[in-house]
Design a protein around this ligand. Structure first.
Ligand code: GLN
Length: 303
């Protein structure tokens, strides 16, 4: 398995130069464009890593899965989906378009920025630090890595330049969807800056693949919630490329602009990928191709 993973990584590394590293968050520019690595964690307990798998990255939008889980634990399905919808948008992840065009200012789903900002506003805690700690605790439990923390540099970098997200936040505030907008945005920027490796992402994916049980066999998320978030990963996890990804790869997955991809193959494995060169939709250009190769080779499609 390791040799195959290594071969596919080297094959796809060449594609990376066709993409671009996200530059609207200045700190993200610092990673070499041809970085590509992956870790696979299986239900049998094997952890196989290859390429630049030990390069650290921030979770960025992968954190949207974690906050959705936490909001569902905190409030239950009915309340959460009063505030955020369940439909893919077909628009870029940071688009404001549908929010303004629809009668209600209710974001279409929790995997786009507007939806994730609303979800973050629902996390229970005394203050921003406390809420962030709860989010990081869930990542720690799912990944089995007690050392998970966040990058102050990336957080500050996005906080200083995240004008579009501020616009989304203030639009939502104007419509009474969120209240404490600066604190909500502060939490959102921090959760995006949580630092992980491919192994952490693979184990988060594995925990979902095992219906909420982590590597130690502990049930850390209710099973129903894992079904729900995996479905969102299929329909909305790769932004406006989710349809194509479902057809070509066929695995629940969530990407982030750091080049992170967390994939979960039900009852089989979690896969964590780093590949910071992005395609037009903001997904790792080489990472998507790598997953496509692995899915074909190992017959991973759930369809
Ligand atoms: N922090 C990023 C943003 O809000 C996350 C987006 C992403 O990973 N697609 O723009």
């Amino acid at each position: 398995m390791r040799q195959l993973l290594e071969e596919y990584i080297e094959k796809n590394r060449a594609i990376a130069v066709q993409g671009d590293v996200a530059d609207y968050i200045p700190e993200l520019r610092k990673v070499p464009i041809n970085t590509l690595g992956a870790t696979v964690a299986t239900t049998e307990g094997d952890v196989v890593a290859a390429g630049d798998c030990s390069t650290e990255m921030t979770m960025q939008s992968v954190s949207k899965v974690i906050t959705l889980i936490l909001a569902l634990i905190d409030h239950g399905e009915d309340t959460v989906f009063e505030h955020v919808g369940m439909e893919p948008t077909g628009d870029p992840f940071n688009s404001i378009y549908k929010l303004e065009m629809r009668r209600e200012a209710k974001p279409l789903n929790p995997m786009i920025n507007a939806g994730a900002i609303v979800v973050s506003s629902m996390i229970i805690g005394r203050n921003v630090e406390d809420r962030l700690e709860r989010i990081m605790d869930l990542v720690r439990e799912m990944s089995g890595n007690p050392d998970i923390s966040y990058s102050r540099e990336v957080y500050e970098s996005e906080s200083a330049t995240g004008h579009r997200n501020r616009a989304l936040g203030y639009f939502l505030k104007e419509h009474g969807v969120i209240e404490d907008v600066e604190n909500v945005l502060d939490l959102y920027f921090r959760q995006c800056a949580i630092v992980v490796t491919c192994e952490d992402l693979a184990k988060v994916g594995l925990c979902l693949a095992r219906d909420g049980r982590n590597m130690d066999g502990k049930q850390v998320i209710p099973r129903d919630i894992t079904r729900l978030v995996k479905t969102f990963m299929v329909t909305c996890g790769m932004y406006d490329a989710s349809g194509e990804f479902a057809i070509r790869v066929g695995i629940p997955a969530k990407s982030g602009v750091s080049g992170a991809i967390m994939a979960s193959v039900p009852n089989r494995m979690g896969i964590g990928v780093i590949g910071p060169a992005l395609n037009k939709q903001g997904n790792s250009i080489a990472g998507v191709k790598l997953l496509q190769d692995l899915a074909r080779e190992w017959r991973l499609s759930i369809f």
